[in-house]
Design a binder for this molecule. Sequence first.
Ligand code: DGY
Length: 319
Amino acid sequence: MKVFISGNIAESGVKLLEENNIAVTWWKENRQITVKELIGACQDVDAFISVGPNKINADFLNACKHLKVIALHAVGFDNVDIKEAKSLNIPVGNTPGVLSGATADTAFLLMLAVSRKAFYLHKKIINGQWQNYEPTPELGIELNGKTLGIFGMGKIGMEMAKKCIGAYGMQVVYHNRNKNEEAENEIDAKYVSFDELLKQSDVLSVHTTLTPETKDKFNIEVFKKMKPESIFINTARGGIHNEQDLIFALQQKIIWGAGLDVTNPEPMNKDNSLLNMESVAVLPHIGSATQKTRSAMANLVAKNIIAGLKGEKLPHQIW
Ligand code: DGY
């Protein structure tokens, strides 16, 4: 049996595959593989491990005739045509759970960095602009006792909420399609309407999936309903906020700041005006990038592939 991996995964996962007599080949270039190249690489393999935002669309799925299973090295699956995979009977797995803590850490890091303008001030030092001790430099805002709004209270949202409660005694409100009983009972999070979420949040952190309903959800009309001192955090998918509207909202001081681990497109262009704003912090989609989490993800994708090649249900199967 053969598997193709479209990027690097932790060695433990590769070892697991090889111990199960699965031959591994992978994409070694330091750029995203194109759909055409992906189709070429997956022509004769039985399984595919997708690392990064590969377009797993109908063209790809229909062109790779031998594929028996696909494992995403990610929890998000907005890049996959699940309906088509289902119709072709190719199971698709992902890696939920293991990356919640690390991704919430990234959201927390961005929140704190934005609140103290840390990335902007760091850049000033690099540019030789630290001249003396300034009593009123670019002042930040404090988070103690503020209200955290979670858009999409799942595993990652819960982790973010727990960190904010522990560190700053923040109150938590959330908006979901359905109430999350665990969040209400365990951390006293309050379910509110979307408009209330916008109205009440001092920090609004996005932890939902990208779907046609959430695409461009955070647009200028939405930012206008948020507090002028609020911070917008997105560690989910760049497509959930409208970038031009976010830039406008920040420039016009409609909201105070933004922390992004995800952008649209990715990679973000180095001339993007967000990168020069005082209360903005941007990271290159590193939400789950810790050694521990990436090993756990590699082990999960390997287990999904091994099960799929045996014709068994995947331990974490999307469909
Ligand atoms: C995920 O797990 O979905 C991460 O964003 C990696 O793509």
